[in-house]
Design a protein around this ligand. Structure first.
Ligand code: UD1
Ligand code: UDP
Length: 366
């Protein structure tokens, strides 16, 4: 029987690979499906695995506090290589552009094991933005065999990089599968406080290229926004990266209409998104989820590898400059027409059946 090993490490990889792992389990008579987690993230990973009821076959437990890119890379390369040597899979699956994805692809290449790349072909064209993700995903593209592109733009980017067309598959993004699966299930939202009936602005920000002055600037914009608009409420589940925790808590603590939370369980976060008026984020996954739920999004970055949402009109790239964030947020708070146009623009990222397509393709190719 053929063997597929799915390797993942962080929260977004777990969210986007869970539907593939669940789909593979339906074909257990044809293929043996195994899961290896590096635990590049620990708490933020575990709660996703729990929600989707996925028990890893290998848990490398590699996360360290405030980990260094090079050190994590080298530890992960050795540990993943050992698992590959033991399992000898016919193909490994990785997702996106994290260090775990890049390192697993390299480890597989060293052992002549084909790599399937879920969410292939996203590009900004700027090697330092997002950092290090733009180079991570290009490395996976070079090492990979099967490229599962979520959108036509992503498939075109791969073709332009001379990836053979017969190995590029347009599947949609598995994030749609996960989100629909999740919001269809009842959830008791536990935030630790009552949500007032005010416009709720949901915020997340964690990108490495924003550490330091850009992150401080966007926090100052959030503080200005609640001070200038006494009808709004901000909820910000703060990423556990210490480079995010410190400035966010220093600048935004102690305001009655700013709620700084621990990272929320995925099912709670998904349900909270449905209650938001507006989403301000630098997250890749949330840029894809918000349009599915009809939530206008301001992208707190200088570039995005997801221009589809901007072109569809559901998101605006606003950057991290304080005045611009305030201006764009207030424009949406004060213009029902503009808000409605964004809310109604629809999702360009898929139909919720991406995982089925990916598994069908893998089964036919193995
Ligand atoms: C990583 C990915 C990024 C992805 C993001 C999703 C890389 C280089 N970066 O960034 O592409 O967008 O995850 O969130 O692959 N921490 C905890 N508990 C957790 C998770 C993180 O304490 O469950 C803390 C630890 O101190 C850890 C630090 O956050 O060392 C950074 O984690 P790391 O995975 O290196 O980087 P992220 O910024 O999370
Ligand atoms: N998310 C979550 N809890 C939170 C914030 C986000 O479960 O408190 C989910 C969100 O719904 C999305 C994913 O985490 O699916 C995005 O992960 P993140 O922003 O960490 O990484 P990125 O997508 O930027 O790589």
């Amino acid at each position: 029987m053929k063997r597929i090993l799915t390797v993942l490490g962080t929260r977004p990889e777990a969210i986007k690979l869970a539907p593939v792992v669940l789909e593979l389990a339906k074909h257990s008579t044809k293929v043996q499906s195994l899961v290896c987690v590096t635990a590049q993230h620990r708490e933020m990973l575990d709660q996703i695995l729990e929600w989707f009821q996925i028990t890893p076959d290998f848990d490398l437990n590699l996360m360290q506090h405030n980990q260094d890119l090079a050190k994590f890379t080298s530890r992960a390369l050795t540990s993943i290589s050992d698992v590959l040597a033991q399992v000898k899979p016919d193909v490994i699956l990785v997702q996106g552009d994290t260090t775990t994805a890049m390192v697993a692809a390299l480890a597989a290449f060293y052992q002549h094991i084909p790599v399937g790349h879920v969410e292939a072909g996203l590009r900004t064209g700027n090697r330092y933005n997002p950092f290090p993700e733009e180079i991570n995903r290009r490395v996976v593209a070079v090492l990979g065999t099967f490229h599962f592109a979520p959108t036509k733009k992503a498939a075109d980017a791969l073709k332009a990089e001379q990836i053979p067309e017969e190995y590029i598959f347009l599947t949609g993004n598995t994030v749609v599968d996960s989100l629909l699966w999740t919001i269809q299930r009842p959830v008791q939202l536990e935030l630790g406080f009552n949500l007032e009936k005010r416009p709720l602005i949901l915020v997340t920000a964690h990108r490495r290229e924003s550490f330091g002055a850009p992150l401080e600037s966007l926090c100052l914009a959030l503080r200005d926004l609640v001070e200038r608009n006494n009808n709004i409420e901000i909820v910000y589940p703060v990423h556990l990266n210490p480079n995010v925790q410190e400035p966010v808590r220093r600048i935004l603590s102690n305001h009655s209409r700013i709620h700084l939370l621990e990272p929320l369980r995925y099912e709670h976060f998904a349900h909270l998104m449905t209650k938001a008026y507006l989403i301000l984020t630098d997250s890749g996954g949330i840029q894809e989820e918000a349009p599915i739920l009809g939530k206008p999004t301001l992208v707190l970055r200088e570039t995005t590898e997801r221009p589809e949402a901007i072109e569809a009109g559901t998101a605006i790239l606003v950057g991290v400059e304080r005045e611009r964030i305030i201006y764009e947020t207030e424009r949406l708070l004060n213009s029902p027409e503009k808000y409605q146009a964004m809310a109604m623009a629809g999702s360009p990222f898929g139909d919720g059946h991406a995982a089925e397509r990916i598994v069908d393709i893998l089964l036919s190719k193995l």
